[in-house]
Design a protein around this ligand. Sequence first.
Ligand SMILES: C[S@@+](CC[C@H](N)C(=O)[O-])C[C@H]1O[C@@H](n2cnc3c(N)ncnc32)[C@H](O)[C@@H]1O
Length: 374
Amino acid sequence: MNLLLNASADIALADSQLHNTVKMAYLDPPYNTGRKFAQYSDSSPVKDWLAMLERTLTGVRATLTEDGSVFVHLDDKYIHRVRCVMDDVFGEQNYIGTMIWEKKNRASYLHAQLADVTDHILIYAKDKSKMAPLVHSATAVGKRIPVHNKGNKPSVLEFPAGSMTFNFSDRTVPAGEMNTPTIESALLDDLIVENGTNKNAFRMSGPFRYGQDAVTKMGETPGAFIAPKPLLRPSFLSTEAKGKVLTNLQSFRVNGSPTNEDARAESELIFGTEKGDDFDTPKPEALLERLIAAATQPGDRVLDCFAGSGTTLAVAQKMGRAWTGVELSPKTISNFIQPRLDGILAGTDPLPLDGYTASAQAYTVSTPEYAAAA
Ligand SMILES: C[S@@+](CC[C@H](N)C(=O)[O-])C[C@H]1O[C@@H](n2cnc3c(N)ncnc32)[C@H](O)[C@@H]1O
């Protein structure tokens, strides 16, 4: 069951029913920036803030399975203080590393001395000896890997004749735009589908995961690619199982990592909000997809106890993971998290995730007694 608790994170996780259930916890707490955001205030005495995080992390540790891990997202102001807390709660020996995430495409001119373009994600295991490597893009034989990859630089690819199969009847698909709300792409040549495969070589433009050399090589195998519908979003059918260990640098320049700008654009698509009315601090879905893919398998449970606009919960749902969420603000739950999850369950999510089977599991919102009384 997917469960959304309207409560404070530092007390919500005491319930022993949640213990030993979570494979991966992602926490994106208020960073104590001293700012007042539209949805929450981000200013507390440092001692109180650290004590709240320590209680929360102690609760998180109890929810983790023996092979589970926790990711704590912060800016650089208090990261050293939180690392000390996490050393105490999880044990220094269970420190996995600190990921640097390049959060901005461009530095702001408002910084007086040093422009801040990165956030940090502290990663600890419950028990390092039991935690699997953080492998991204692990592929099983026959897994469909989308050829398009939102955020990559646009290029043109030619698919060799006979390299693609189609799940629609034979026809000629005329050259033209193949855009979705999130990906601009075009078919540059008429495509002749005969006997369920492409009779001719054809070109597409768009943001792609692969370069031409790779596509030419993969296309030597007949039917290496599959495209189920005439709005062409081909996938490569993987022929070998392999994976890449995540690096501790997630950067839009180096590995196409999304930024806060992407997160804001996603928010507008999902919530359709005007500027000033949107959630102030959302994270991009593709960042969570990368972390969840590396730390969990389908069916595992993901926990986010500072759920905000619901990015982690939404991505977990789309990736076929179970989830538990905690959020203090009832308004944030009703204005952001619920509409977002309801859209996914109703099939109207504007950002479907390629390559995964979404969970159809409904969720329950609960306000525990202690929280209602508080
Ligand atoms: C940085 S935002 C999380 C953003 C989220 N990752 C997203 O992508 O939208 C922090 C969230 O924590 C919530 N929050 C603040 N204090 C909390 C507490 N003690 N327990 C649970 N949630 C809390 C805030 O209301 C806010 O929604």
